[in-house]
Design a protein around this ligand. Structure first.
Ligand SMILES: O=C(CCC1CCCC1)NO
Ligand SMILES: [Zn+2]
Length: 367
């Protein structure tokens, strides 16, 4: 069992400025670092090293994604928008006005997509069993014609199209456990029956108007998108219930050659953007379930691309927990919150959560 790992220091140089989350400079909020700052990612990378886990992983170096790989997913206009912003003295924006980047941002965004491409290539060529691409900027909101939600390029989608074109991969399943709907990945593959996208997210958190039960893909891809909108306040048992009742049966039905996880840690209890109460234990259980399904279905081939997760303290703990499950290694990293939270009523599966999961399973024809 070999687990690949992508991290490049340059990801920490992606500059999202001082937008103080969503208030533009000059608003009523004292300027502060953007909520999508480097910190939660650089601290995750640091914990991988300091815990000793890094020495047991197969380090995969990222190279910038080739432009034809980007253009397999995005429009030429979008790529030019990023190129122009990157050449501007104060940088630019990925397209929605809240996804800024600094001068040179194109190179870093290409390196993020390229990190996902290299991780996926290492998995499908058998260099490693599975791989975690700790990349930045994130990608799961990026649409063909625009970036959004802090995402510049659709990293996972670009990696999927690359391995389908270059390594004969045909059927892919995407499991997105970021607290926000993976609208970009879903849109890229909405008409493609060979790529199943499953998003488990907080109902109508972001983007508004997408990720509904009724959004199931279109045309030839009808049924190739599954959405599991969960109520705010869902904890470990609710998430595991969603995985067991929807994700696993959908994976069994789709029979993928490769599983891609859009790994966001913003469902975590300490995350400033999410409204869920998942702990490291919850991420560990979800990862275990998906990894075991991949073992049954596709020789364990799993690629994870890092998405959201904004707690500088807690996201790193969640990341190490997932990497431990992927690699089979164990570290001395502990999470006292998980121990305290384990017995809280928040973590129990509540009736309205079970109803939401049952509705998603029914909408996906899984019941
Ligand atoms: O973590 C994220 C970013 C979500 C924010 C983007 C703008 C408002 C919410 N997406 O997965
Ligand atoms: Zn998110």
């Amino acid at each position: 069992m070999r687990t690949g790992y992508v991290w490049e220091e340059l990801y920490g140089w992606h500059d999202t400025g001082t937008h103080a989350a969503f208030v533009a400079p000059g608003g009523l909020v004292q300027p502060h670092r953007h909520v999508e700052s480097a910190e939660s990612k650089t601290r995750f990378a640091a914990l991988v090293e300091v815990s000793g886990l890094g020495a047991k992983l197969d380090r995969i170096r990222a190279v910038p994604a080739a432009e034809d790989d980007v253009l397999a997913v995005h429009t030429a206009e979008h790529l030019e928008r990023i190129r122009a912003g990157s050449a501007a003295p104060r940088g630019g924006d990925a397209g929605d006005g809240t996804s800024p980047f600094g001068p040179g941002g194109l190179e870093i965004a290409l390196l993020a997509a390229g990190g996902a491409v290299q991780a996926a290539s290492a998995v499908v060529t058998g260099r490693v069993t599975n791989a975690y691409a700790l990349v930045r900027p994130p990608g799961h909101h990026a649409r063909p014609e625009t970036g959004m939600g802090f995402c510049v390029f659709a990293n996972a989608a670009i990696a999927i199209q690359h391995v389908r074109r270059h390594h004969g991969v045909e059927r892919v399943a995407v499991v997105d456990w970021d607290v926000h709907h993976g609208n970009g990945t879903e849109e890229v593959f909405a008409e493609d029956p060979d790529v199943l996208t499953i998003s488990v997210h907080q109902d109508q958190l972001y983007p508004k108007g997408t990720g509904r039960l009724t959004d199931r893909g279109r045309g030839a891809g009808e049924g190739s998108a599954i959405n599991v909108p969960l109520p705010a306040g869902t904890g470990n048992d609710g998430y595991l219930h969603a995985v067991e009742q929807v994700v696993l049966p959908a994976l069994e039905r789709h029979r993928p050659d490769l599983v891609v996880v859009a790994s966001g840690f913003d469902p975590a209890a300490l995350d400033p953007l999410g409204g869920m109460v998942v702990t490291t234990t919850g991420f560990r259980r979800m990862a275990r379930a998906v990894l075991d399904a991949a073992d049954r279905l596709c020789d364990g081939r799993v690629v994870m691309t890092h998405e959201g997760g904004y707690s500088p303290v807690y996201a790193p703990l969640c990341g190490v927990a997932v990497l431990e499950e992927m690699s089979g290694e164990r570290t001395e990293v502990t999470d006292f919150l998980a121990e305290e939270y384990e017995d809280l009523p928040d973590q129990a599966l509540r009736p309205h959560q079970a109803e939401a999961v049952a509705a998603a399973a029914a909408a996906a024809g899984l019941q």
